[in-house]
Design a protein around this ligand. Structure first.
Ligand SMILES: NC(=O)c1ccc[n+]([C@@H]2O[C@H](COP(=O)([O-])OP(=O)(O)OC[C@H]3O[C@@H](n4cnc5c(N)ncnc54)[C@H](O)[C@@H]3O)[C@@H](O)[C@H]2O)c1
Length: 288
């Protein structure tokens, strides 16, 4: 089993991936662009470990989990690891810069695991000198609580890379569901359209966010409505993912809802900024 694992990006997903790896015995190097983001990531992991039992997870010792996580600024800090799990912003310019840096810094055998909502894996692999070592894993959020992921080999991904990735996932307690490399994979071809259309309902005044979510919860029995889900994922990440789908398929059904653009510009990104479709400053009242 590969042991030292690099986690690039310490946002919503990077924090979950790093915690999941560390709580299953892996040494982790977690990187982002500033010490302030990394300090917040450590605080979030500590809090999530404390809350683990209450949210149906295992009993976790926050100090033991954090002791396995080293933090550093800059993607080249993962130069010595066997596998890198990349979780940076869902934007091609950002991902491209990170992969160029990683490709130059890491040894030729290092596997790059792309955690993306929609960007095709072969597109990422094509800008590296190691396309056989690049694979997609679409982790679900919150990472430690979700038992399965989509695993997406690109055109050039080798069997060895698939096996190393499967071994890492299995050691994390995850089952890999293989999916072909098409923009949005299975999950986000459907989910992003649903969330985008739900945002349109609010934008057009058909219902407010609580009303939309109530229909999905009460009439369909979904545990969460689409706009609560948007706040969990990140409203900005939803917008970027819908933009990737729109670009890749040139299909107007993926036209992003203007409300998502406005909320992203206003910093109403959901749980991670304290306010999105709902206010997380104590109440769970719909605000949009
Ligand atoms: N949020 C979800 O529910 C979810 C689920 C599955 C997959 N994803 C995908 O995972 C990826 C990360 O999403 P997220 O929700 O964690 O986003 P996020 O906005 O919460 O975090 C992204 C992090 O990347 C960091 N970053 C940006 N440029 C960087 C660089 N050059 N080097 C190092 N770090 C850098 C940012 O500072 C930020 O901390 C995206 O591609 C997203 O589509 C998200």
């Amino acid at each position: 089993m590969d042991r030292a694992i690099g986690v690039v990006g310490a946002g919503v997903m990077g924090v979950g991936v790093a915690q999941n790896l560390a709580q299953t015995g892996h040494e982790v190097v977690l990187v982002d662009t500033s010490e302030a983001i990394l300090a917040e990531a450590r605080a979030t992991i500590r809090n999530n470990c404390r809350m683990s039992r209450l949210t149906g997870g295992p009993e976790l010792d926050p100090d033991a989990v954090l002791a396995r996580i080293t933090t550093a600024v800059g993607a080249s800090a993962v130069a010595k690891v066997d596998i890198v799990v990349e979780n940076v912003t869902e934007n091609w310019d950002v991902k491209r810069g990170v992969y160029q840096e990683l490709d130059a810094a890491c040894g030729p055998d290092t596997v790059f695991v792309v955690n993306t909502s929609a960007i095709p894996i072969t597109q990422v692999a094509s800008i590296t000198k190691r396309p056989a070592n690049v694979i997609g894993v679409h982790f679900m959020n919150p990472v430690p609580a979700k038992p399965a992921v989509e695993m997406i080999p690109g055109v050039h991904t080798s069997e060895q890379t698939i096996e190393r990735t499967r071994a890492m996932l299995s050691a994390m307690g995850k089952r890999a569901i293989p999916v072909k490399d098409a923009c949005g994979f299975v999950s986000n071809r459907v989910l992003m359209l649903t969330v985008n259309e739900a945002a349109y309902l609010v934008h057009e005044g058909v219902a407010d966010a609580a009303g939309v979510d109530d229909v999905f919860r009460s009439c369909f029995g979904h545990p969460m409505g689409p706009l609560e889900t948007a706040d969990l994922i990140g409203v900005d990440t939803i917008l970027y993912s819908v933009e990737v789908l729109y670009d890749q398929y040139s299909d107007s059904k993926y036209r992003p809802c203007p409300l998502l653009r406005e909320m992203t510009a206003a910093g109403l990104h959901g749980r991670k900024t304290g306010r999105g479709f709902y206010d997380y400053g104590g109440s769970n009242r719909a605000v949009v």
